[in-house]
Write a protein of this length. Structure first.
Length: 68
């Protein structure tokens, strides 16, 4: 998901300044890796727990761009 705003410079119309905000995995959804489930019966406290994820956590980035 992204959001941006562009402003034209008052001294010359062909020059612009753009501010941009991008969000990856905006809803912060978690998908567990089925291959990483712990099925060891020796340690009953970790039986059935997932140890890996298929998704990355939410990441945001900001950018400022000057075009001339």
């Amino acid at each position: 998901m992204g959001l941006s705003k562009r402003w034209r410079m008052p001294w010359k119309e062909s020059q612009t300044l753009q501010f941009r905000w991008d969000v990856f995995n905006a809803l912060n959804l978690t998908r567990f890796d089925v291959q990483s489930i712990s099925l060891s019966l020796t340690n009953s406290s970790s039986f059935g727990n997932y140890t890996g994820l298929l998704t990355n956590p939410r990441v945001m980035q900001f950018a400022l761009r000057y075009e001339f």
